[in-house]
Structures are given as structure tokens and as C-alpha cells.
Design a protein around this ligand. Sequence first.
Ligand code: FO1
Length: 308
Amino acid sequence: MITILAGGTGSVKLVRGMYRESENITIISNVADNFWHYGLYVCPDIDTIIYGLSNNLDKKKGWGVKRDSFNFLKYMATLGTEKWFNLGDKDLTTHVLRTQLLKEGRNLTEITKFFTEKYGLSVFVLPASDTHYESNIVTEGNKRIHLQEYWIKYQGSVPVCDIIYKDIEKARVTLPAQEALEESKLIIFAPGNPITSIGPIISIPGMKNLLKKLKNKIVMISPLISNKAVSGPCEVYMKAKNIPPNLRGLIDFYSEITSTMIFDQLDKSEIERKIKNDYPEIKFCYTDILMTNLRKESLLARYIISNF
Ligand code: FO1
């Protein structure tokens, strides 16, 4: 079994490639993007994976359901409601049903299994935790806002002083997720944002120690090419956490819990000349990691499967 830690719109490309190329994958999804909106529990990263693997994802946007309509949102606006978060009508069915199941006492792991089965997937999508905790942006005046508000409502326009995982001290990794990590022959960190996609998973109390023990089978795929994020606000978040927003900062961030790191060929010379010697325990590999179409997603997946 191969287990992939995933979150955000970048990760889904690798997850999709791995799903096509490997018989037995499990995904541990970030949950710190989850939030309550209009009384509904929305889990963007879990849904992106499920829609992505079942060919229902709006690939252009990287989130939501393809060919969705937005009538619900239009009618909400006529009642004077804020409509900064674009919940499509088809997508809405997931949030309504999930909220209903939560209210009936089912946990997020059970509910996610329900959806993966309904969408016909033969894969485990495991929420990293069943306990709600969330990525918050600390902006000026020590004001905290949910990551979704920062990125979508405010369009990333307010200063980012820090990023915290609110209530993470109450969270625990789920038993199925822990077992998947322990039993896998390979663990992959998908090319997600290290602070807001993968960071919230590896920061759950107890996770770092577990991952240190499993380090020899952990492979990280870089979310950066030529010191820039392939997508999203990676550099802003790294800076806010006092991590140099470049390849060296990324390598250092994961160095204690990873044995292999895969970078783009474009970064080979910089890493080999300037960084590699400072991290003798890490194996650095290079290939084309920019997944601009399905063929390239599969090529990267095959590279990983045949080399590790
Ligand atoms: N991202 C946006 O940039 N704008 C949106 O209006 C938006 C709505 C949305 C609805 C459902 C969903 O599952 C995801 C949605 N996203 C939207 C993406 C979401 O904010 C990101 O995928 C993640 O939170 C990043 O990890």
C-alpha cells in the first residue's frame, strides 16, 4: 500500500496520477481547511480529492464540481446574504448530506467513506483527524480569520503576520490514518502547501514522532519549482512562519521527517551545488514534476512507483 498525505488543489494532480497507476493507494487528507458556512460543514480538500478521482472535479478551477450551476448562491444573495464562497448546486449536495450525517452522530472518517463509496471509488480517503481544527491567518491587530476568508473573501489582500492551527491541541490522528502510515511500504507528501495543506497534518500532536520513526519510507514531492510555488500562496505563508520561501527553506522544513525529496530537473543544479551537502541523510532526486495534464500526472506517478 502507498499512502499519500494531500491537501489543496496541487495535491490532487498527483493523487489522480497515483490512483491510475497503482492498485492500492490510501489518501490522508488535510482537514484544517474545513469550516462551517451557511450552517453547513464544508471540507474542501476531502471533496477535491473525491471529485478529482471520480472525474467530477472542475479541473479548470481546481475545486468544485464540473459544469455546476450557482442558483442557490444567487437566491441567498437576494436575501442579503454574503456570497464570497462559491458553493455550486451539485457541490451543495455533499455539504448538506455531510452535515446531516454529522448531526446524526457519524464521524468524518465514516462520512468520507460513505462519499467515496457513493462516488464509486475503490480507495480510502482518510481525514487526518475527526476533530475539527483549522488554519487561521493572524493579521494586523492580532485578528484571526479562517484561511478561506483570507484567501477568498479578502483575496489575500490583508497582511499575514502568522498562521496558526486553531484547536490543533485537541486533535488526534485517526486510527485508520495511523495504521495506514504504519502499514504502507511508501508514504508520499504530495506537492501541497507546506504550511496550510501538509503542515496541518504533520502538526497534529504525536504525528512528528510517528513520522520520524517512518522516515525511511517517506518521499516528499516539491510544491516549488525554481523557488516559486507551482500554485497558490506558498511563499507568503512560509515567510509568515519565518521559513525562507525557497528550496532551502522547504528542504529544511521537511528534513527531519523525510528520507527522499523529489524536485524538478530545473532545480538540480542549485540543490546539487548549494544545498545537498548540508543534508547528507536526504536522497535528492530530479524529474519533471510540473503536472500540466493527465499524461504528466501519470508519468510522475510511474516515476515514483518504479523508483521507491
Ligand atoms: N476557492 C476559491 O478560490 N474560491 C471559491 O469560491 C471557492 C469555493 C469552493 C467551494 C467548495 C470547495 O470544495 C472548494 C472551494 N474553493 C474555492 C477552493 C478551496 O478554497 C481550496 O481548495 C482549498 O481550501 C485550498 O486548500
